[in-house]
Write a protein that binds this ligand. Structure first.
Ligand code: SF4
Length: 454
């Protein structure tokens, strides 16, 4: 409801087995629908270097049907799902497809660049015209201009990487290659997979699990990996810096079954709940989890304190983008469209609610209201991450700084606002300790203002 939403998911492949490329990309994107629901797109490359694509606003299942997938015939392709806050998701759907001196090129991006407007303005002064607001289009122009000066597309990409400030993972497809690129600090995730002689790139490993593709490894910070008819090879596009992977991928964004840098997401969330229980125990009769991302942390919290965990919230599985949202008088009635409560699970009980994070505080307020209305004796809120007080510039679509609940307020004031009997958060140290298997450090800038890029 009020979570920060990641901008986008990526899935690409180079087929050397006779697989049905567009269908596999479709299923790969579908398995990562949680990363963006505003638009979806797939571009495929036939054996002659001709690109065809379909992209539009909507869920993966709304944008594609069997007929469209059948028309997308090719041996290689890249796909994208978009999370977009504006009203023109159709216009900004990716992949971006252009023609340049070496033929077609398609680009899809997950992430955010802090200097994209400067680059765009500079290119406009040099005569470039842009159709979208997407950074992917700006990058496609940068690569096409650089390509004339370098013998390979990967070297052209390496030449423009120092210009890109921020956190990103991207896929680039040319007539003979599919290329994956990760920013030099590894802020945004990208993983490599393989089945027989075919190679895959994805934002998350959950897509590989769904397709029975073997996970090979994470793309390293600053690495450019090329998959093509010969297999896969890499060059170092930029010197790798100490890794600063987005910790919010573990807290909320990613599918619980996914693994990044050696750390399983579910296990990280469970550990966060365990650490939260040690840091902020509550005297309660039952632990209630918040669907869906609060489940693992609530289990860790309940197990650590030996308090039973109960199912109290039921999520309406038909809730979605197309629902007419209540406004005006209807909004004032506080219609809770997404969640309802099983009263017998909470009536006359002291309840501790565990959620993964708090952005604006409106969801927490709703949870407390629902539980009190259902007869809970007391409601204690426990959040399995630290307080979010800074905006993200690396691709998380989140409210402007002044709309973050902890921009100006402290925990006591927010507790009062939510109506809870108590409120506590996991410490930053607790978040890091919950990810013992992760290789390297984390970006935690939205929690502590320490941005990996200046
Ligand atoms: S600022 Fe927050 S959401 Fe953005 S990359 Fe860093 S940890 Fe992730």
């Amino acid at each position: 409801m009020e979570k920060m939403m990641d901008r986008c998911g990526l899935f690409g492949m180079f087929d050397n087995n006779g697989f049905h490329t567009s269908h596999l990309i479709y299923y790969g994107l579908f398995s990562m629908q949680h990363r963006g629901m505003e638009a979806a797109g797939i571009c495929v490359n036939d054996n002659q270097g001709n690109f065809s694509y379909v992209k539009d606003e909507g869920l993966v299942t709304e944008v594609f049907d069997e007929m469209k997938l059948e028309k997308l015939q090719g041996h290689a392709g890249i796909g994208h799902i978009l999370r977009y806050d504006g009203s023109d998701a159709r216009e900004n759907a990716q992949p971006i497809v252009i023609r340049y001196t070496s033929g077609h090129m398609a680009v899809a991006l997950n992430g955010g660049l802090t200097n994209i407007e400067e680059i765009r303005h500079d290119l406009e002064l040099k005569g470039s015209v842009f159709q979208t607001m997407e950074a992917a289009e700006v990058i496609s122009v940068l690569i096409s201009r650089a390509r004339n000066n370098y013998p390979t597309i990967e070297e052209a990409i390496a030449s423009i990487m120092p210009m890109l400030k921020g956190g990103y993972a991207m896929l680039v497809m040319t007539p003979r290659k599919v290329i994956g690129v990760r920013d030099p600090q590894g802020i945004r995730p990208l993983v490599l997979g393989r089945e027989d002689h075919s190679w895959f790139l994805s934002s998350e490993t959950c897509a590989f699990d769904e397709l029975n593709v073997d996970y090979v490894r994470d793309i390293q910070p600053g690495e450019i990996v090329v998959i093509n008819a010969e297999g896969s090879h890499s060059i170092q596009g930029m010197q790798a810096q100490p890794i600063r992977a987005c910790i919010y991928e573990y807290i909320y964004y990613s599918h619980p079954a996914s693994v990044f840098g050696g750390q399983e997401v579910y296990k990280a969330r469970y550990n966060m709940g365990c650490h939260l229980a040690k840091e902020a125990p509550a005297d309660a009769d039952a632990v209630v989890w918040v669907p869906d991302s609060g489940l693992a942390a609530a289990a860790g919290y309940a197990d650590t304190l030996g308090i039973p965990m109960v199912d109290a919230f039921v999520k309406n599985k038909y809730y979605g983008n197309n629902l007419v949202k209540p406004e005006g008088i209807l909004f004032d009635r506080k219609i809770h469209m997404k969640l309802s409560v099983i009263k017998s699970q909470v009536k006359d009980k002291n309840i501790v609610v565990v959620d993964d994070s708090m952005v604006r505080g409106t969801t927490a307020q709703t949870l407390v209201e629902l539980l009190r209305h259902a007869g809970a004796k007391s409601v204690h809120l426990r959040i399995a991450s630290a307080t979010i007080s800074h905006p993200c510039y690396y691709g998380a679509s989140m409210p402007e700084e002044k709309k973050l609940i902890f921009h100006e307020q402290g925990v006591d004031a927010v507790c009062k606002m939510t109506g809870a009997d108590s409120l506590a958060f996991l410490s930053s140290e607790g978040m890091v300790a919950a990810c013992p298997d992760a290789a390297g450090g984390f970006c935690m800038a939205c929690f502590n203002g320490d941005y990996p890029t200046k």
